[in-house]
Design a protein around this ligand. Structure first.
Ligand code: DHB
Ligand code: FE
Length: 297
């Protein structure tokens, strides 16, 4: 057993706020929602069987913790605790998100020394971009629980206000995060999650845009050709997947952290799911496992 931390898996999911509302209001069995939640059942079991010691959760804030006053491109949560944001209807009744100060400080040190100029955040609230993926993968949690089942290190990416980072830069950041995690000298099982997407446009004449074919081809490439996919320009996302489809660049951070980018074998697809509609959005979901190196017995 290695004495260092490892990224064992990456998890990808859309973060549609209406999914959180459906869970919080006990409407997951409604005919509209049941097929969506059925698609996450295998992953909830997989999470029970593969419980991480910590999650690096890549997401975007939607002008809740940040605003046009301050627009960090990549911001790592080095705090101990983050309360759910009030997005206009009161905060979600879910537990606070507890950080992992030691691992986050180490990632900050390592990634900044690898020339990524992260913003560090010790205090902020977290919105649906972060809490809806936790709800989808861990299931309903009592709001009075001390926290979610494991510590979570938020990594907030600006995909709301242009200029937003390129897919290539996101992919490189993921590779730097893998190196950071692997140099942390505790044998932690760390997952990295990429959230947002898939195709959706929430405003303007193209509001409601969904592009199933493009979404599924994009997931195929994320699995099999992530380096090529990282070269895709922003304009392709916006044209094909709608203005908010640009959130998908965050999935490239999680994908870049997988071992095959460092000479390991290709990841195993533990689960894949796609569903339309959820509110005005297409929902995509993937679980990719790193195959552990053969350890001598
Ligand atoms: C909606 C908001 C999001 O942030 C998102 O990623 C998808 C959908 C919405 O308001 O419906
Ligand atoms: Fe979003």
């Amino acid at each position: 057993m290695s004495s260092h931390a490892r990224i064992t898996a990456s998890v990808y999911t859309s973060h549609v706020p209406a999914i959180g509302v459906a869970m919080d209001q006990g409407r997951t069995a409604d005919p509209y929602w049941a097929p969506l939640f059925a698609g996450y059942e295998p992953s909830r079991q997989w999470m029970v069987d593969n419980k991480p010691d910590a999650i690096v959760l890549v997401y975007n804030d939607h002008a809740n913790a940040f605003s046009l006053d301050m627009i960090p491109t990549f911001a790592l949560g080095t705090g101990d605790r983050y309360e759910p944001a009030d997005e206009g209807w009161g905060p979600r009744a879910v537990p606070p998100v507890l950080g992992h100060g030691a691992l986050a400080a180490h990632i900050a040190q390592s990634v900044i020394q690898q020339d990524f100029d992260l913003t560090l955040i010790n205090r902020m609230t977290v919105d649906h971009g972060l809490t809806v993926p936790l709800s989808l993968l861990f299931g309903p949690q009592r709001a009075d629980a001390p926290g979610w089942p494991c510590p979570v290190i938020p990594l907030a990416v600006n995909v709301v206000q242009y200029p937003v980072p390129s897919g290539r830069r996101c992919f490189q950041l993921g590779q730097a995060i893998r190196r950071a995690v692997e140099s942390f000298d505790e044998p932690l099982n760390v997952q990295i999650w990429g959230t947002g997407g898939m195709s959706h446009q929430l405003q303007g004449p193209r509001a409601g845009l969904i592009n199933r074919e493009w979404d599924n081809a994009w997931m195929d490439r994320l699995i099999a050709d992530p380096a090529g996919l990282a070269e895709m320009p922003h304009v392709d996302y916006v044209r094909e997947a709608g203005s908010e489809g640009i959130e998908l660049v965050m999935w490239l951070i999680a994908r870049g952290a997988m071992s095959d980018l460092a000479g390991g074998p290709p990841p195993r697809v533990a689960h894949r799911f796609y569903h339309v509609p959820a509110s005005n959005t297409a929902v995509g979901h993937l679980v990719l496992e790193n195959i552990p190196k053969e350890s001598p017995q």
